[in-house]
Every structure is written in C-alpha cells, then in structure tokens.
Design a protein around this ligand. Structure first.
Ligand SMILES: [Zn+2]
Ligand SMILES: [Zn+2]
Length: 446
C-alpha cells in the first residue's frame, strides 16, 4: 500500500529545506534509492512551471528515479507523523548510564509505574538529554521471545510532587525514548512505565526452534548474554552455558589446572563467609571475638561498626572449617521455613525471617537472620525483612526464583537510563527495581 508513492511506516531522510517566493520546500530521500512521492511538486509534476525553476536550483535537485524528491512543507506535515533529528555530542558532553535487567514482567496487569526507577544528581546547571533505552531488539529479534516492550518515563525533581517533563511520545516498538531539557542543580527521579505486548504466540518459539540452525542460535544467544551483561544485576550463573569463556582465563595453564583452581576459589569464599558467621554467632556467648583487619591488627566486633567487611578485605583470613553447621546454631530454626529459599550467606535453608536484598545490583539474594547481621553483604544494600512465606508471596509475588530464568519463554527486559550533560556537571545515576508489590494506594473513584 502506498499514499501518493510514499510507503507507510517507512523512514525517509530530510536532505534540505528552502524557502522560495514565500513557499517552503523540503528535499527528501527514500533510503532505498527509488520509489518517490508522486503528489504535488514531485518530479515532473505540473507545479514546476518556469516561475519555480529558482526553487529547484536552491534545492540543487535534478528529477530522476533516484529516491530523492521535493514536497511542499505543508504536505510534508500532513504525510509524516514523526520527525527525528540526530544530536551529535562533542567532547564538551559526558554521559552517565545505569542498566538493569527486569525479570518476571507480566502481560496481564495494569499499565503502571513502579517496575523501575532511577535517581540522578546534577551539581551545576546544564543542558541535558535523558534517554531511556532497551538493548537492541532488532538484532536479537529471531529469538527475542514472544513479548515486545514499549516504555515511557516521567521526570520529577526531588521535593516536588509535580512532574517536570515527559519525553515525546515514541513510535511503537522504539528502542529508546528521549527528552531534551535544561536542568538546574539538584536531585531528580525518573519513573518508567512499561507496556508489554505480545509479538507472537507464546508457543511460537518452541514450534519454530526445531527448524532453526542451532549453531546460529547458540552464537546469537552468546551475543545476547554479552549484551545483557551491561545490567548491574546481571547474573552470570544464569547464562553459564551461553557465554564463551575468554581465552585469558586459560592462557598458559591447562584446562584441568584452571578447573581445580575454580573449585578451590569458590570453597575458600564459602569458608570465609562461614568463618565470619560463626565468629559472629559466638559473640552472643563471648565478650569479644577478634579477627584480622587490613593492617593485621585484631579488630573487635563490639567496637567496630563495619564488622565483617574488614575481614573480607583483610589479608590474614583463617578459614579453618568449623565442623558444626552454622544454621544449626540459628536460634529461630523451625519458626517459619521459607520453602526452598536458601541463604546466600551460609547456604542453608532459611528458617525464621528472610532478608531479601532489594538493591538493583542483586537479583534474588537472600540471607538468614544470622547472616544478615554479620556484614557479608554490602552495607548500602537495603534488606527487606520478610517474616513469613505468605509475606514473601504477597510482596515479591512476581519475582522469578533461581534457576527458572529462560529468556525465550520468559523474556526479560534490559533497560538503561542514559543522561547526557555538559562535562562540568556529570550526572551520578543509581537504578532501583521495584521488587515490592501490593503497594497500597488510594484510587480515586466517582
Ligand atoms: Zn545464613
Ligand atoms: Zn544486595
């Protein structure tokens, strides 16, 4: 279908604009190099009388089937819905970005804010371009799954309940949405709203995968995993079969040597955590428990607020394995087992309250009460205390648990906020994933 030679849902480039005898003209090009506008002022149309030859000269246009054509500005406005321009950022600009992977997004739910937000701070007044972007969807389209994501956002300044700006409405299935704005110094919040659409039936992947070239699929999945690794909460373990191992990991050692070292390293890390927890749990009965810090001096648990962080950074770590299991010492054992949720500190099933990390850099990270108090996890990560499995179900309902991630069946969205500013005023960005559901709200009615 064409409208006067123009192809619907197709992009053309604007080469030139001129004004001649109070008429405005636009010179356009179809990137195909053929197929042109056939309406008024098109190549060879009766409007091009001698009186208007001068306009053709200004436009430097010669008629011919090369995809280049002229439109009058008012026709151009009628035929095109979106005009996009390219902004070139020179050395006077800097960009800050923060990417996150959103899992477990559901199609059968309200179109709402609350899945994800970012905060950023600006120190000096600056022009800015705020871009919300997803990982290239076209390139991974072959196995992108059955969901298609669209999104928009709202910008708030901290201290004000009124939004200060929104991006221009994007085309459907856009890779990004953009906002150009002058920013005053201060802190800002960006709330995104994600629209999920079915691009095909959910069974489509399984029905078609049999006919695909497996080698190509494997290569593309690896590329996709590498692209996703930009996310702050990327879990390498979920993509272990898809990601190639870099050669420098092996280098001058044989593969068995490297394998043995990997096992040893993970055991040492586990024992370090365990020693830490055991030391802490013993402080309940002992006056003080010391361990070695950075400088080799003994640090006292009771006096030092940073607790186990020192031990993790310390050079002298004793990792004598304790024979008794840590969570056998857990005083609250048996109170409320959280199904098969295991503590990422001690590895035992969680009894008593479950401490769920809501930081965007962690994904499904849980600690038992004992492990939550010994500083094995970064202190700035906020931990959500969940007393019972019912509470966890209610507030974390849509969280995809460990081991069930499959980007083909449950497509995830990798979304990043980029903030371009003048380099004197770089933006410091942080991202937040809305893990907590059932946020109480007063919905206006009547
Ligand atoms: Zn634990
Ligand atoms: Zn965390």
């Amino acid at each position: 279908m064409e409208i006067n030679g123009l192809v619907p849902l197709h992009a053309y480039s604007v080469l030139k604009v001129v004004e001649y005898k109070e008429k405005r003209f636009v010179l356009l090009r179809n990137p195909w190099g053929n197929s042109e506008w056939t309406g008024p002022w098109s190549d060879g149309s009766p409007e091009w009388t001698d009186e208007w030859r001068g306009a053709l000269e200004l436009l430097d246009h010669r008629p011919g089937n090369d995809g280049v054509f002229v439109m009058e500005y008012r026709d151009f406005l009628k035929q095109f819905a979106v005009l996009e321009s390219t902004k070139l950022f020179d050395e006077s600009w800097v960009v800050s970005s923060y990417w996150m992977q959103l899992r477990g997004l559901k199609i059968d739910r309200a179109w709402s804010y609350g899945d994800v937000s970012w905060t950023f701070a600006i120190s000096e007044k600056t022009p800015a371009v705020i871009v919300l972007q997803q990982i290239d969807t076209r390139y991974f389209m072959d196995h992108a799954g059955w969901l298609q994501f669209n999104f928009d956002f709202v910008l708030f300044k901290k201290g004000s309940k009124e939004p200060i700006a929104r991006p221009v409405k994007p085309m459907p299935a856009s890779r990004s949405v953009n906002l150009e704005i002058e920013l005053e110094p201060g802190e800002y919040v960006v709330h995104a709203r994600i629209d999920i659409d079915e691009s095909c039936r959910q069974e489509w992947y399984h029905e078609s995968v049999g006919s695909w070239n497996r080698r190509k699929v494997a290569r593309q999945k690896a590329e996709r995993a590498i692209a996703y690794s930009i996310a702050s909460n990327f879990r390498q373990a979920d993509y272990i079969d898809q990601l190639p191992v870099p050669l420098e990991v092996f280098a001058d050692r044989d593969v068995v040597e490297v394998g043995i070292e990997a096992v040893e390293t993970s055991r040492v890390a586990y024992l370090r955590r365990k020693t830490l927890i055991t030391a802490s749990s013993k402080t309940h009965s002992r006056a003080s428990t010391g361990w070695f810090g950075h400088d080799g001096e003994t640090n006292n648990h009771e006096e030092d607020g940073s607790k186990g962080m020192l031990l993790l950074g310390g050079k002298e770590v004793t990792t004598e394995p304790e024979t008794d299991s840590v969570c056998e010492e857990n005083p609250s054992e048996g109170v409320s087992p959280h199904g098969n949720v295991h503590c990422d500190g001690c590895g035992s099933p969680i009894n008593g309250p479950r401490f769920y990390c809501v930081d965007s850099r962690c994904s499904d990270y849980n600690l038992c009460e004992l492990c939550s108090g010994v500083g094995i996890h970064p202190r700035e990560h906020r931990l959500l205390r969940l007393e019972t499995p019912e509470e966890a179900d209610k507030f974390l309902g849509s969280t995809v648990p460990h081991g069930t991630l499959n980007d083909d069946e449950n497509p995830s969205l990798v979304l990043g906020l980029r903030v371009y500013t003048h380099k004197e005023s770089p933006a410091t960005i942080e991202g937040f994933i809305g893990h907590i559901r059932n946020i109480k709200q007063s919905v206006k009615s009547g």
